[in-house]
Design a protein around this ligand. Structure first.
Ligand code: MSP
Length: 664
């Protein structure tokens, strides 16, 4: 039985849970849920790193014992993660006796095998990093390159770990296990660091008390990183059956602490006598987040509270945004306006809209029961093939720790499913009285939604539950040994009652957005970080659209006859792509109910991706003379969009209307 054991770093308790630590924790939750859905025996560990000089000093400043401070400060972490739907199996604190016992056992193992020796350490120590720096690593004025604060000169007796002995074995290990560090670029950094030469590491301190005592030499406490890294080991030693989870499948870390995990940690374990095959399988270093374009300084970290963000915008939208908007592994920005934009256009218009229209039609046309699926046409075969392909692509992406790519595949499928409903037009079949066909269309659509509800579960568990309830289905419930990933489409019993359709993602309009942002209590300069980093201005649509919302001037009057000359029609986007060397433009194929789709070019690429456009119902000026956009690019019509200084949104119709419907 394959096991999946994933960990977050254990977080320092002198901080509060913030967006950065929430990002790591959510990513691990998504991965673990996915592996659980695949039927793997899975374990998710998180916790807090509570020892060290830094904590001792903060406790002193607060006039508390270190132990009392630690108890108080660990709690917000335990409380926060479930409020972001992160379902950890265990929360380990380094001050717990179970950890101290195991880390001391590990120390003895390393010592008894001969890789710890007593010496003296003198060096530059950064309290914030809990780490030593060599002279050449420091910035002018003996300043820590990470925290930009002066480091301290420290001289003390210390145990040393013979790290230098492990240089060759580490390099051979990286060579044999190229996936040990991911993404690949990070592996290159690690290899070149190790090739540059490893010095023995000071791993104990005598100058403070707040740490795990070194076995048989109580004047020393362990270096916090020896203590902290060992949490991954100590958490699963007891009860004994937990040992089945070793070795860890993935240590998820930010790029800031990669070296500790990819160099020191495997070396400690090698020194404890582990074989290469018993070492952790992967250390994945993700990128760093900024918030509204600003670096997550300590004060910003304290202000942008992930739980408050989730209370304002919903847990699932925040999780979705973090996993979709930032290519996992790279740095990225958490932008509130982008969150709202993606909420409305991707969650609302794509997922919510598909669910809502299919379920409404099912209530209206087939009595709110799971419809019987009859003869399939090419349209259904294609959609079902798309669904299987999306399941395969999403699984491969999640196996490769690329959650953003998994969501790309799922949302491309949603685009295809919306287009399918437009084309299959169950409302039109109902008008013709062909109820068998209506049942088939809605039955297949519900099958696809069922598959989607499983695939979104790792990312958005509450949305998955709600969607499934509306389809009359039980929530996803995982079981070891049962692979529930929808490589094959789920088949629900025909005739089973459906639930009540309720919009999954009610639209957030401008006023609501402003109220939600205000509720976060974030200072103006961060909530509208445009001052720091202006949002890119969306390009104008292919031709001028509606006037700007602010202070519109009254335009010159026209007669009704003038207006009647313009033919406006509903169009459904069936294909979309970027235009080479024209960043602003998208090239679209739009179904206007004319038999074959029309080519349209629109200057909307700064706001919409091609994939977001697929399935969208847009308003097209259908009788405009063709317009050239250079190099064989001709637009046979123009889409309408509302536009202000810094925002653009497409005009559409409120309800399902067939492609080609005329506006008057
Ligand atoms: N206690 C150590 C880890 C010991 S693990 C054996 C530590 N703790 S920490 O509280 O500082 O957490 C660091 C982690 O928080 C990073 O590795 C990263 O996972 C996360 N992040 C902190 N700030 C971040 C961003 N701005 N963006 C993304 N993640 C960030 O280091």
């Amino acid at each position: 039985m394959p096991t999946f054991y994933a960990t977050t770093p254990i977080y320092y308790i002198n901080d509060v849970p913030h967006l950065g630590t929430a990002y790591t924790t959510i990513a691990v939750d998504v991965l673990t849920r996915y592996h659980r859905a695949r039927g793997e025996d899975s374990y998710f560990l998180t916790g807090t790193d509570e020892h060290g000089l830094k904590i001792e000093r903060v406790a002193q400043e607060k006039g508390m014992s270190s132990a009392r401070f630690a108890d108080q400060a660990a709690q917000p972490f335990k409380d926060a993660w479930p409020q972001l739907s992160c379902q950890f199996d265990d929360f380990i604190r380094t001050t717990e006796p179970r950890h101290e016992k195991q880390v001391q056992a590990l120390w003895r193992q390393v010592r008894d095998r001969g890789d710890l020796y007593l010496g003296h350490y003198e060096g530059w120590y950064c309290v914030a990093c809990e780490g030593y720096f060599t002279e050449k690593e420091l910035e002018p004025g003996n300043v820590c390159p990470v925290h930009k604060k002066p480091v301290e000169r420290v001289k003390e007796p210390s145990y040393f770990f013979s790290l230098s002995k492990y240089q060759d074995r580490l390099l051979a290990f990286y060579d044999k296990h190229p996936g040990f560090v991911a993404p690949q670029a990070r592996m290159n950094e690690v290899v070149s660091f190790v090739r540059g030469g490893l010095e023995d590491l000071s791993v104990s301190r005598t100058s403070f008390r707040w740490g795990v005592p070194v076995p048989d030499d109580p004047d020393h406490v362990m270096y916090v990183w020896f203590d902290a890294l060992a949490n991954y080991w100590s958490a699963i030693q007891e009860p004994k059956e937990l040992q089945r989870f070793w070795p860890p499948s993935i240590h998820m870390v930010g790029k800031d602490i990669l070296r500790f995990h990819a160099v020191y940690w495997p070396a400690f374990l090698m020194a404890a006598g582990l074989t290469d095959e018993q070492l952790p399988k992967q250390v994945f270093a993700h990128g760093f987040l900024t918030f509204n374009g600003q670096k997550m300084s300590k004060s910003l970290r304290n202000t942008v509270k992930p739980v408050a963000l989730a209370e304002a915008f919903g847990i699932d939208p925040v999780r979705y945004y973090l996993m979709r908007a930032i290519a996992f592994g790279q740095d990225g920005d958490f932008s509130l306006s982008d969150l709202v934009q993606r909420y409305n256009s991707e969650l609302g218009n794509s997922l919510g809209n598909l669910a809502n229209r299919v379920l409404h039609q099912a209530v209206k046309l087939v009595g709110g029961k799971m419809p019987q699926i009859g003869q399939l046409t090419e349209l259904e075969h294609k959609l079902l093939a798309d669904t299987r392909e999306a399941a395969t692509t999403a699984a491969a992406a999640l196996d490769a720790v690329a959650p953003h790519r998994a969501l790309d595949a799922i949302f491309a499928l949603l685009g295809a499913a919306n287009t399918y409903v437009d084309r299959a037009a169950p409302w039109a079949e109902a008008k013709k009285g062909d109820l068998v066909r209506v049942s088939t269309i809605l039955g297949v659509s519900l099958q696809v939604l069922d598959a989607v509800s499983v695939m979104i579960w790792p990312f958005m568990p509450a949305s998955s539950d709600a969607l499934r309830a509306q389809m009359g289905l039980a929530p996803v419930s995982t079981r070891v040994g049962l692979d529930q990933w929808p490589f094959e489409l789920p088949v629900a019993a025909a005739g089973a009652p459906l639930g009540t359709p309720v919009p999954l993602y009610p639209r957030i309009d401008k006023d609501r957005e402003a109220a939600l942002v205000a509720s976060l209590g974030i200072a103006d300069d961060t909530s509208v970080a445009k001052s720091a980093e202006p949002a890119p201005k969306p390009a104008a649509p292919a031709a001028p659209a509606a006037p700007a919302a602010e202070a519109p001037s009254r335009p010159a009057e026209i007669t009704y006859d003038d207006f009647a000359k313009i033919e406006l029609r509903v169009g459904v986007v069936v294909a979309a792509s970027k235009v080479e060397k024209k960043d602003r433009l998208l090239s679209l194929q739009v179904d206007l109910g004319e038999g074959s789709p029309r080519p349209l070019v629109a200057g909307i690429a700064a706001t919409y991706t091609p994939e977001q456009m697929i399935g969208k119902r847009i308003i097209v000026v259908a009788n405009l003379a063709p317009r050239k956009f250079g190099k064989g690019l001709v637009s046979h019509g123009m889409l309408l969009a509302a536009k202000t200084e810094d925002k653009l949104t497409l005009a559409t119709v409120l309800d399902d209307m067939p492609a080609g419907a005329k506006l008057s």
